[in-house]
Design a protein around this ligand. Structure first.
Ligand code: ADP
Ligand code: ADP
Length: 220
């Protein structure tokens, strides 16, 4: 039996920041489809080439490309006990394909990090992403000790191309239209937990750990 923890929320909600802490806390791999696409891009793979134009425009990569890449990743042995999903699923067909693929005794919990648009814009416009490990910093909220260098792994900090103001607005529109309905989908399955993502990171994390632990108790 595996534990599958799904982080939902708009771009900038804190999914990446919290997923990596939660994964470390639960000793599970952190599986971010955004990070997987960026790795594919930097390695010049076929998947990277097919995804690039969608990512640059703030659009979603077509489901069949995402699903193939994701299912390959979670079939690897390190995911046998479970994994923390960040940025997947993002459409109803992706969520349905995941549910259909999971064994019935897997423990699934979807946790929605709720933040409003104003917070999203402030967070994404100051986001500094580690080009090595996908770790997160922010110019105001989480500045690195040495400018341009990741505190966690020493990697170079970069501003993502899709964190430009006009692309942020497009990503928010795509989120509202295609991803926000997943909150209702998981609520309908009785698997949803909501957290106020505008709180400071340690508070969000404490609530996240509680939500992930509640899953274990309920299904024990
Ligand atoms: P997502 O993966 O949902 O797009 P990130 O985890 O990359 O979001 O966070 C977006 C930006 O906001 C990053 O620069 C991160 O450092 C910052 N951030 C994340 N959580 C918080 C928080 N609770 N308070 C303030 N800033 C945050
Ligand atoms: P953020 O958390 O800041 O929204 P991500 O790093 O999760 O960004 O994703 C970056 C981009 O990668 C998305 O805008 C989209 O183009 C693509 N992408 C990532 N995950 C998915 C997915 N599950 N379905 C479709 N496209 C995706």
């Amino acid at each position: 039996m595996a534990t599958v923890l799904i982080l939902l929320g708009p771009p900038g909600a804190g999914k990446g920041t919290q997923a990596s802490r939660l994964a470390a806390e639960r000793s599970l791999p952190h599986v971010s489809t955004g990070d997987l696409f960026r790795e594919n891009l930097s390695q010049g793979t076929d998947v990277g080439k097919r995804a690039q134009e969608f990512m640059d425009a703030g659009k979603l990569v077509p489901d069949e490309i995402v699903l193939e890449m994701l299912f390959d990743r979670v079939a690897r042995p390190d995911c046998a006990r479970g994994y923390v999903l960040d940025g997947f699923p993002r459409t109803l067909p992706q969520a349905e394909a995941l549910q259909a693929r999971l064994p019935a005794d897997d423990e699934v919990r979807a946790i929605s990090l709720e933040v409003d648009d104003e917070v999203v814009v402030r967070r994404l416009s100051g986001r500094l992403t580690c080009s090595k490990g996908g770790h997160m910093h922010h110019v105001d909220f989480s500045p690195p000790k040495v400018a341009g260098v990741c505190d966690t792994c020493g990697g170079e900090l970069v501003r993502r191309k899709d964190d430009a103001p006009e692309v942020i607005q497009e990503r928010l529109a795509v989120y509202r239209e295609q991803t926000a309905p997943l909150i209702g989908y998981y609520e309908g399955l009785g698997l949803l937990h909501r957290i106020d993502g505008a709180q400071e990171p340690d508070r969000v994390f404490a609530e996240l750990v509680d939500a992930a632990t509640a899953t274990r108790r309920e299904t024990a």
